[in-house]
Write a protein that binds this ligand. Structure first.
Ligand SMILES: [Mg+2]
Length: 185
């Protein structure tokens, strides 16, 4: 099987690092349950321009390097990588390719290919690679892929609630659930 997986919120536990730097830069404290939108500017009630200043600060302070892996993500993915192809597909900007590769190497993630879509939806890339299963935490991307017939495992988070039930879209709590879904793959 060709398995696709998102990075931030799925393999990399990015939200705590984002919130840490938001607090450092803006002095505003967000709890995880306050992150009810994928876009932090919406949660904070600030403009995209103001939020971009936070991201500039995050980049300058090497925030990407401070992100830790999601519990059991590496262990499970590396098990899946034995018999399947693993494509890490993230919408991170392309200038983060080296930082991202280094992070995956540091935590010893086994994968076949890393693709950064630079803020673009992932469906076309996923189709081109004949990916049958995708692990994601962004709701609109997950819904697009599920509609196209890809089986999507969606991490259940405060920022992806309020969706209708949809075929091919399965909500999971953690990597144990994903491991169970794939069984002995
Ligand atoms: Mg994500």
């Amino acid at each position: 099987m060709n398995i696709g997986t998102d990075l931030d919120g799925v393999i990399a536990d990015s939200d705590p690092a984002y919130r840490f730097f938001i607090k450092k830069f803006l002095g505003r404290e967000l709890k995880r349950e306050d992150v009810t939108s994928f876009f932090y500017e919406d949660c904070l009630g600030i403009s995209i321009e103001e939020m971009n200043k936070v991201w500039d600060f995050f980049n300058k302070e090497h925030g990407w390097d401070k992100i830790k892996p999601v519990n059991k993500a590496v262990e499970c993915l590396n098990k899946f990588a034995i018999k399947n192809k693993i494509f890490v597909i993230s919408s991170r900007p392309v200038f983060l390719e080296k930082v991202t590769k280094d992070w995956l190497d540091r935590y010893k993630v086994n994968y076949d290919k890393l693709i950064l879509t630079d803020g673009q939806p992932k469906l076309n890339v996923v189709k081109d690679l004949n990916i049958t299963h995708f692990i994601e935490d962004r709701l609109d991307y997950a819904q697009d892929m599920a509609k196209a017939g890809i089986k999507v495992l969606l991490f259940d988070y405060p920022w992806n609630q309020h969706s209708e039930k949809q075929s091919n879209l399965f909500r999971v709590e953690n990597w144990d659930d994903i491991n169970e879904f794939f069984g002995t793959c």
